[in-house]
Design a binder for this molecule. Sequence first.
Ligand code: GRF
Length: 192
Amino acid sequence: MIDRVRVGILISGRGSNMVSLVRASEAADCPYRVVRVLSNVEDAAGLALAADAGVPTWGKSHKGMKRAEFDALLDAELRAADVELIALAGYMRLLSPEFIAGWQGRILNIHPSLLPLYKGLDTHARAIEAGDAEAGCSVHVVTPELDDGPVVAQARVPILPGDTADALAARVLVEEHRLYPQALTTYARTLR
Ligand code: GRF
């Protein structure tokens, strides 16, 4: 029996990438298992999906709290669950430098662009507007700068004539659901 890397996933919304990570973890040879799903949005749809999949959840609104104060709560939850590796999956809030410093090389994120292009929001609209021939998604290690750490995996999709941001986002999302479990699997193996 392999000693699987204990993963905590942070979400803020629907949680479709989180579900793809949890599903992949059900394979017998998967090197990680998801031990907690946490959210800064108490009623995030993804929390119910995680609970349905049998993963313990934690949800608390960050509203009215300082960033470092909220992140200290998150940190305590993750450490109480013996989490070793964090996967951000649609976590729509910047993490404090203190939090990131405590998890150096232990936080991955998925971003819907071909980094270093289009950090931040509205990535698909910006790629179409720029006349790019292709778009995609990147999994990267999280550092204090937004969407800036080393890229560990990327997938590309063509931008089609007449593409809208929504149509392109839907096609990129299909690739996200394939790429993130692969990248997390590869990364988790490097920790054992
Ligand atoms: C994804 O497009 C992800 O790349 C971005 O936020 C979106 C989250 O979607 N960071 P979901 O909550 O995983 O469905």
